[in-house]
Design a protein. Sequence first.
Length: 498
Amino acid sequence: MSAATSLDPRTPVLVGAGQFLHRAKGLDDALDPVALMAEAVRAAAADAGLADVPAADSIRVVGLLSWRYGDPAWVLAQELGLSPRETAVTTMGGNSPQTLVNGTALEIQRGELDLAILTGGEAWRTRMRARKQDMELDWRKAPEDQVARLLGEDLDMTHPDERARGLMMPVQVYPMFETAIRAAAGRSVEDHQALVAGLWSRFSEVAAANPNAWLREARTPEELLATGPANRMIGFPYPKYMNSNNDVDMGAALIMCSAEKAAALGIPRDRWVFPQSGTDCHEHQFISNRWSFSETPAIALGGRMALDLAGTTIDEVEIVDLYSCFPSAVQLGAQSLGLPLDRQLTRTGGLAFAGGPWNNYVMHAIATVMNDLREQPGTTGLVWANGGYATKHAFGVYRTTPPVGGFQHAYPQDVIDAMPRRELAAPADAAGAATIEAYTVMHSRDGVPETVYAACLLADGRRAWGTSADVALAAAMCNGEWVGRAATLAPDGTITPT
């Protein structure tokens, strides 16, 4: 029986997955992001068993940072010789690739699309090399009047008070989550660092066996913890190896179509992977308003709903890829989903080792999970994507068998918005006694402790931010446990532990 008669012809299916990385020797042999995407798209077509890249109704590109094309999907269409009726680009955020799959699946199921090419790429390594050499890149751009459709939810994730303190980078926020997780677990600093190093060592082992990983060297826990010129401390307690690695030139692509289209193209059934369900949601928009830095209730709800919609449970999922920009993200995701840290939690090796091409990491994760499922027919895969500061979440459940009742999707934001939240006290209103809830110490490029950031709780339950440029305090806070310590906040927000 053919695919077209054995299941709903509008059933969305992933039929091709491609990944590509390029290690340019210099600027002359470097590729721009669209060239990286084009190689990934061609690889995806070959993966589907197609001789050429198929005609697409829509080309959809994950929002990128390493070059401003205007409409990157239009530039890619020119590169591939395609004439899609639509070009589109997503909003920013690491959740975007999975959100893109979810939205595209719904459009295919409704009959609005027959085939779409989803892709993304970054040439950040080349961009940074050019900057260091004071060289201007002359990469292509779309005509100014060529405008892409914008896909996704555009969410400002930094509160004005956070921005005013210079608190706006993931390398500052995720280490604070780490100290909160550690304190909530009741572990000593040493025991918790050992746990995290073991987790990250296992991720590096996966990357070492992944032909599409940027760094294919397994690291021991001891190597990950030892600081030095190659592994300098960035934001305590994270040395460089525990941070997302954006210094990559990588692209990935997925070909997604209806079952009817896949059958018409003659794509073998052993290449088909079916999205079963998906959810999209976000935590309270600003970290200042989160109830706790050691919990992520939106992950718990969004993940559970995605599994429920697919008719499964977390214990029945064999293949998992959790977003892994920093160790705290993995711990928050695993805890919220009910996964132990000692099981397989990445299929690529994560953003530190496999590569963190800004918003597009999860495209690589989905491509990898697709191949896992093909090799293990009948199993179930779960992908969690994350954007911002563990802020925006997207989930996808995948199998090689079609979903019963069609692809299912949910957006439970109204439930999350009603969850407990904290009010943020302005610096002048927060002056006085406080308790440190989470903290990090940012280091100079020479590895010297220099700036303290601390989230504090006031007696009335409000949150307040404390900062300090006192290098002696910064150095002191790199030793021992400071969560739970009493402190005094000055009217300008300067913190002094007591």
